[in-house]
Design a protein around this ligand. Structure first.
Ligand code: PRP
Length: 185
């Protein structure tokens, strides 16, 4: 069912399911016999993480981080504040960062730098959506779900003012939703 605030469904629930099944198979093969720790970034990445781990057939440890950007969103330093760190020691283990979307790449670039310093045996990235048109820093993405154009996407973990994360698909948010709110500011 289409939410009234959604202009168009970009990626359907079935397409997401199929892709996750495919990614889960590849990850299970490539990490077979390795000590795999999947790390998701709160909050948006949690939905993808929850579905992805259930499509993985090898033993896996999951962990979470919460971070927030320092300063204005135009700041390109990529410095973020860690609100919640990992519980796990990742030294000598194979870490796979699971993200819902990579936009400018600043969040992930910080995370990669920060986790690399803990000397894991491997450090790779799995992202559901790649909005490469907005990229500021180039990043190595090992596993990718879909490319998305530079439009306002919500659903399947992605929000606008904390809403729409629970939509089972990825959709384009109707301009009227944010234009009305911004006009009233
Ligand atoms: C989103 C997303 C990534 C980040 C990507 O999180 O989950 O972590 O933005 O953007 P970037 O490539 O430009 O750094 P957000 O900060 O919106 O928080 P959320 O996960 O709580 O929605």
């Amino acid at each position: 069912m289409l939410n009234d605030d959604i202009e168009k469904v970009l990626i359907t629930e079935a397409e997401i399911k199929y892709k996750i099944h495919e990614l889960g198979g590849i990850i299970s093969n490539e990490y077979s016999g390795k000590d795999l720790v999947m790390v998701s970034v709160l909050r948006g990445g949690v939905i993808f993480m929850a579905d992805l781990v259930r499509s993985i057939s090898i033993p896996v440890t999951i962990d979470f981080m919460a971070i927030s950007s320092y300063g204005p969103s135009t700041d390109t330093s990529g410095v973020v504040r860690v609100l919640k760190d990992l519980e796990e020691n990742i030294n000598d283990r194979h870490v796979l960062i699971v993200e819902d979307i990579i936009d400018t790449g600043l969040t992930l670039s910080y995370l990669l730098r920060s986790l690399k310093a803990r000397e894991p045996a491997g450090l790779d990235v799995c992202v559901l959506l790649d909005k490469s048109a907005r990229r500021i820093v180039d990043l190595p993405i090992k596993y990718k779900g879909f490319d998305v154009p530079d439009v306002f996407v919500v659903g399947y973990g992605l929000d606008y003012r904390q809403k729409y994360r629970n939509l089972p698909y990825v959709g384009i948010l109707n301009k009227s939703v944010y234009e009305e709110e911004w006009a009233n500011l």
